[in-house]
Design a protein around this ligand. Structure first.
Ligand SMILES: C[S@@+](CC[C@H](N)C(=O)[O-])C[C@H]1O[C@@H](n2cnc3c(N)ncnc32)[C@H](O)[C@@H]1O
Length: 289
């Protein structure tokens, strides 16, 4: 029978030998993945990481985390499957619509004062957030003087993003989100039904550059007026979050805007004092120093 994860069996100040062993196996797997493929998950939040590794252990019909490590080392295709599990690509168009309402109210007027705007969408997954921002900028008459750099660690989601085809059955939900996000037209004007999905207007990605970029190991590649990184750092431990905040701080222009996800904040990071709140509820911050 396959081994199962033993969670929460230890007392407050004792760690069971089984958990210690599991910890060691996880560390060795992460080290192996890093040394063999260069993907660094060593500072991802451990609880969610362990859950996902066990899911993959079972899916690959292995018995233990060490069994999975061996397979990963010898079969690159199993690494691709693990990458999909670990990179958690859940996303949606106009996700958390209040964010877009606030972006229109508080960020758009700032962008109007610039001749040109560079926006970095870090951890863009399959692109729904990028198309949403492109629609918003177009409706505000700002798209022509903007360039969006959309990056993710996972190349296969970027390929999906470039196609601009999203599931037709999602359109009802996305239309609701769009309306709640303050959308100004009929959402259906932006896509046609094609290839078993909704094909979004190609013009929406005319000014978008899609590129693979790893927030853990890659450096800054430009200076931006806006950085949007939502629902990515929740998967990182505190020290990795702080490193990524440094990267964003160094990549933002003076008075640049940082947009985070609902469950994320600039507070309790070493960079807190260098930002002012544009909208604390929608997690929009402005670099002041
Ligand atoms: C939950 S999705 C968030 C998508 C989108 N930002 C949103 O809020 O809907 C998280 C994304 O972060 C990406 N990601 C995870 N680790 C990353 C890393 N080290 N560097 C860049 N992207 C990463 C994943 O591949 C995934 O597409």
């Amino acid at each position: 029978m396959a081994a199962t994860p033993k969670e929460g069996t230890a007392g407050a100040d004792t760690v069971s030998p089984a958990l210690e062993l599991e910890d060691l196996e996880v560390q060795l797997l992460l080290e192996a993945v890093f040394r063999r493929y260069g993907f660094d998950f060593r500072e991802y939040a451990p609880a969610s990481l362990r859950r996902r590794l066990w899911r993959r252990v079972h899916a690959e019909r292995e018995q233990t985390i060490s069994g999975l490590t061996e397979k990963l080392l010898h079969e690159p295709q199993s690494m691709e499957r693990l990458l999909l599990d670990l990179s958690i690509n859940v996303t949606a168009m106009f996700r958390d619509p209040g964010f877009y309402v606030s972006f229109r109210e508080k960020v758009v007027p700032l962008l109007r004062t610039y001749p040109f705007t560079r926006i970095w969408v870090a951890g863009c997954s399959s692109g729904e957030e990028v198309y949403s921002l492109a629609i918003l900028l177009q409706e505000e008459g700002l798209y022509e003087r903007a360039r969006i750099y959309a990056t993710d660690i996972n190349e296969s989601v970027l390929e999906q993003a470039k196609t601009g085809v999203f599931p037709l059955e999602k359109m009802r939900e996305y239309t609701q989100n769009y309306i709640r996000a303050g959308g100004k037209q009929a959402f259906s004007e932006y896509y046609i039904a094609a290839y078993d999905g909704a094909q979004f207007q190609r013009s929406l990605i005319e000014n978008v550059v899609f590129a693979q970029h790893n927030l853990v190991s890659d450096s800054s590649f430009n200076e931006f007026q806006v950085i949007v990184c939502r629902n990515v750092m929740i998967y990182f431990d505190r020290s990795l979050q702080n490193r990524v905040h440094r990267l964003f701080y160094e990549s933002l222009a003076h008075l640049g805007v940082l947009g985070l996800g609902q469950k994320e904040t600039i507070h309790f990071t070493p960079f807190e004092e260098y930002y002012e709140e544009l909208d604390p509820h929608e997690k929009l911050y402005r670099k002041t120093e």
